[in-house]
Design a protein around this ligand. Structure first.
Ligand code: AOF
Ligand code: ZN
Length: 363
């Protein structure tokens, strides 16, 4: 097996940690000796041993003189676990092949430097763009302290997110909807505005086998969330947080009793201060959010500069209606050049629907 094949295997292993390691990175490792894979491992759970240590522990024979392939630069600090550089040196690894460098200020090139100083041969940047893409959430979070926000919506080919009656079940087909459930496992939280709760009464859980539910965040400036909603009814089983600027204890009481948490926020221009919300969620180790609308919250989120990625699901149908709902509402921009610009576009087919993934250009 060559370097690229081994790194590809390490990447596949890393993905097994998806949804269970946040806010840590997904990391995979492979040990190769005399052309044979003698050990593999990945970071399985937040706070658990790192990929490199798992690969060494699972070795079928002595790793002395082996090559280690790892999707992220090995750490060199005492965190929840001791430094991987130490484990690598103690095992007598001869060569280390790295995918991404680690932007964590505690590591940031020091892991590679230590290994080289101790005589280990280090090759950097193998399948770097794939490894970087895998951990875009971690890279953003470790550098900003705020969650990575993915704005997701489904619309028809004429840009509507509901029929004129408000009915939106369903725009896309089953395959596309399954994909959304997988994403609810991947990101730490899912966030909606109060308008979406009124319109759809969603549950916002992850209905994928072996999945876990993300934190549900409801942006509700004046605390109008119906006590009869599915969200409130399930707040004892699924973590639920209401971001509001209503500080009235009597109004808050029934939500707290139902198991919801309330996060008080200031208002900015009559809306919740979403930037402040991101800062607060970051301190609680929420590294990523799937923003599921609706249009008003999407507009506010873009305006607040908190959106990193946009996922547009497009169904091959037309609804018409000049008053119909669109994915991003609010007043809109005055001129084309004032728009929010998207880049690194990827197109996927999901059943009969199309998914367009894009990154928001910093502005
Ligand atoms: C992981 N898994 O496989 C690797 C990581 O608190 P700790 O001890 O788990 O350390 C977390 C940091 O270690 C993380 O921010 C990253 O910089 C580095 N590498 N982390 O969770 C791994 N290799
Ligand atoms: Zn480590």
């Amino acid at each position: 097996m060559n370097d690229i094949e081994c790194m590809r295997l390490a990447l596949q292993l890393a993905k097994k940690g998806c949804g269970f390691v946040n806010p840590n990175p997904m990391v995979g490792a492979v040990l190769l000796k005399e052309g044979r894979v003698i050990g593999t491992g990945y970071h399985e759970r937040y706070g658990a041993p790192h990929a490199e240590v798992n690969a060494l522990a699972g070795c079928e024979e002595s790793p002395y003189g082996a090559t280690l392939y790892v999707t992220l630069e090995p750490c060199c600090h005492y965190g929840k676990t001791p430094p991987c550089t130490e484990a690598i040196l103690n095992a007598g690894i001869k060569r280390v092949v790295v995918g991404s460098s680690d932007p964590n200020p505690l590591v940031k090139g020091k892991g590679i430097k230590i290994l080289r100083e101790k005589g280990v041969e280090v090759t950097e940047g193998i399948l770097k763009s794939e490894c970087d893409r895998l951990n875009e959430v971690f890279f953003h979070f470790i550098q900003t302290g705020r969650p990575y926000v993915v704005m997701k919506y489904a619309m028809t080919m004429d840009g509507k997110t509901a029929a004129y009656t408000g009915d939106s079940k369903w725009i896309t087909g089953e395959t596309a909807r399954e994909n959304v459930h997988k994403d609810r496992l991947r990101y730490s939280a899912v966030m909606v505005g109060i308008g979406t709760v009124f319109a759809d009464d969603p549950l916002l859980t992850c209905r994928t086998e072996g999945g876990r539910n993300p934190l549900r965040i409801i942006c509700d400036t004046t605390l109008r969330l119906p006590l009869t909603s599915q969200i409130v009814a399930t707040a004892n089983e699924v973590p639920t947080l209401i971001a509001t600027s209503c500080r009235d204890q009597e109004t808050q009481q029934p939500y707290l009793k139902a198991g919801c948490r309330i996060l008080p926020l200031e208002q900015a221009d009559g809306h919740l201060d979403l930037y402040e919300l991101m800062t607060k969620l970051g301190t609680e180790k929420i590294d990523s959010i799937l923003l599921e609308g609706g249009g008003i919250l999407n507009w506010s989120a873009l305006q607040a500069g908190i959106v990193n990625r946009v996922q547009t699901y497009i169904a091959p149908k037309l609804f018409g209606g000049s008053g119909g709902k669109t994915p991003v509402a609010g007043p809109g921009v005055p001129h084309p050049e004032d728009g929010f610009f998207l880049t690194n576009i990827e197109v996927k087919h999901l059943g009969e629907d199309i998914l367009i993934e894009s990154e928001v250009k910093p502005y």
